[in-house]
Design a binder for this molecule. Structure first.
Ligand code: SF4
Length: 375
């Protein structure tokens, strides 16, 4: 269900209305965005613009946890902390962590011999089984930041395999999560189904012994079509015990779907290699936004192409920091008389704790300010 929250979002129409959270919840942050006094004085000559701001948007619990793990490891063990692959698919986050002392590598062999005592963090996307095994072999101290929901998919794939089923993984070729999931099982035990065409042409050794899982960040709609094609051909195919597309992917797509119809422009904050962000752009287009774009920073907004717009849809992929959403709203405020219409479609309460070894380190809002801003 869609709830629009404007200036009167928590039950008072006065500008002094207070949210009981003392300014920390999303509604408070968005309300603050709407009421900066310096901007109010300069809005008269600007064209009006309504921003439909999605909630939920941006960081999911798995991304938040992965970033926290790197930050806490830096606090506890000092720099450098090695991180295998981009911890999450966002350049801004990666650079922020580099500034704090993280060193990003693609392979464990890149860690110098005299740094084998330094921690190495595995990214939120998950890794093939061979990676932790390699770390043990090299006598490295590793912290696995794989999202618990990705680990759940790994377990489901292993379960299918144990039951003697060939595993079909619906996902995008080359994505690190897909590489990680395929790497949970011996070679040949998993077939990747990337498209509907793959679903129609795949020839199994035994059509009665199949089980499927999916990447967590797929388009809900596209996946349903692929599954339909597979289920039609292989009615005995077994589903995973739990849904593989995660809550964050589903909620963000649903929010975009609700807010896109009639939008003159839809902006999704995210990186080109972020699967869930790219899916949001597609969802916005399909749901009726006139134009839909992926942007990493406000500097990428093509102001000349945008022209006269009255309604902007705005969301952020699960790996895009809130500080960039603020930056984009500010960029529109500089050119338009902005009203932010907060579109609440779901409430997320998921919170994944970091591993035990880091729980004795305090995480402060200042530690996460590089992504969350000064909240
Ligand atoms: S998008 Fe979903 S699976 Fe991926 S890190 Fe976030 S919560 Fe986990």
């Amino acid at each position: 269900m869609l709830a629009h929250v404007g200036l009167t979002g928590w039950g008072s129409s006065g500008k002094d209305a207070q949210c009981p959270c003392a300014g920390n919840c999303e509604q408070s942050k968005d309300k603050m965005l709407q009421t900066r006094p310096a901007e109010a004085a300069t809005t008269k000559t600007k064209p009006p613009l309504t921003i439909r701001l999605c909630q939920p948007r941006g960081f999911c619990a798995g991304v938040d946890r992965a970033i926290q793990i790197v930050v806490l490891a830096l606090k506890k063990y000092g720099a450098p902390v090695y991180v295998r692959h981009e911890i999450v698919h966002n350049r801004y986050v990666v650079e922020g962590l580099q500034n704090l002392g993280a060193v990003f590598i693609e392979e464990l062999s890149e860690i110098p011999d005299d740094h084998h005592h330094c921690p190495v963090v595995f990214s939120a996307h998950g890794v093939p089984k061979s990676v932790p095994a390699d770390a043990v072999e090299r006598n490295l101290f590793y912290l696995d930041a794989t999202c618990p929901l990705v680990s759940k998919v790994h377990k489901q794939a292993i379960r299918h395999h144990r039951h003697g089923r060939h595993v079909l993984l619906i996902g995008h070729a080359g994505h690190p999560e897909v590489i990680g999931t395929m790497g949970q099982l011996p070679e040949g035990a998993v077939t990747l189904i990337d498209t509907e065409d793959d679903a129609r042409t795949f020839v199994p050794a035994d059509p009665e012994a199949l089980g499927f899982v999916t990447q967590t960040t797929l388009s809900v709609e596209d996946t349903a079509h692929i599954l339909e094609a597979l289920q039609e051909r292989f009615p005995a195919m077994q589903a995973p015990a739990a849904e593989s597309i995660c809550y964050a992917t589903t909620n963000r797509q649903e929010a975009v779907k609700e807010t896109a119809p009639g939008a003159d422009l839809y902006l999704v904050v995210g990186a080109p290699n972020s699967s869930n962000s790219r899916r949001l752009v597609e969802v916005a287009e399909r749901a009726g936004a006139r134009m839909s774009l992926l942007v990493q920073r406000a500097s990428e907004i093509p102001w000349n192409e945008i022209g006269d717009i009255a309604t902007l849809g705005l969301s952020a992929g699960a790996s895009a920091p809130e500080i960039i959403v603020d930056e984009i709203i500010d960029a529109f405020r500089a050119r338009f008389d902005v009203t932010v219409d907060l579109a609440v479609t779901a409430t997320e309460t998921e919170d994944f704790p970091v591993m035990r070894v880091l729980r004795d380190v305090e995480l402060t809002p200042a530690d996460m300010a590089f992504v969350n801003g000064e909240r």
